[in-house]
Design a protein around this ligand. Structure first.
Ligand SMILES: Nc1ncnc2c1ncn2[C@@H]1O[C@H](COP(=O)(O)OP(=O)(O)OP(=O)(O)O)[C@@H](O)[C@H]1O
Ligand SMILES: [Mg+2]
Length: 151
């Protein structure tokens, strides 16, 4: 659950939120609609703790990881959409990055001397990735994006 409790937020001279409250329940799907500059992105930034409200509280359930796909296409150019969605997946993304680096290291002749340690580490990281649901997450990310017509 994510709860916004009596949030007020001003940017420059513009009051974006005045004592606003809302709650998102687990499993709920919500669309946020409003004119340009109304504060939609600011609301998401407050949910992800990238920005603080002037007043009020943002409360997220313990252990929740919040993914956020930027509306700014400039930020995602040159990377796959799946990689970006996975990046929003909290702890999994760090583990996925290490797994990828280890795969490259395993094929690198310059690191042949460290092969034993690399293989051992690979096993640990892969187990952690599996435990976090990383493989299922990646499949799910691809499935959702196919549904949205991303290639
Ligand atoms: N870093 C900043 N510096 C100055 N003003 C900002 C900053 N970030 C946001 N604003 C202003 O705050 C207001 C809300 O911006 P926000 O990006 O949250 O709107 P939005 O609803 O997401 O708009 P859009 O539909 O264009 O994405 C806008 O007037 C914007 O100009
Ligand atoms: Mg926005």
């Amino acid at each position: 659950m994510i709860r916004l409790d009596n949030i007020s937020k001003q940017i420059g001279r513009q009051m974006l939120f005045i004592e606003a409250s809302a709650a998102l329940q687990r499993g709920e799907k919500i669309g946020l609609v409003g004119p340009n500059g109304a504060g939609k992105t600011t609301l998401f930034r407050m949910m992800t703790q990238q920005e603080q409200p002037d007043k009020g509280l943002v409360i997220a359930e313990r252990g929740l990881s919040i993914g956020f796909f930027s509306q700014d296409v400039g930020e995602i150019s040159g990377r796959s959409a799946v990689a970006d969605v996975m990046d929003g997946a909290g702890a999994i993304s760090g583990v996925a990055a290490e797994l990828k680096a280890l795969k490259i290291a395993l094929g690198d002749p310059d690191q042949a001397d460290e092969m034993d340690q690399l293989i051992e580490r690979f096993g640990e990281v892969q187990a952690r990735f599996e435990e976090l649901g990383g493989y299922a997450q990646e499949g799910r990310a691809r499935e959702v994006q196919a549904g949205l017509n991303f290639s």
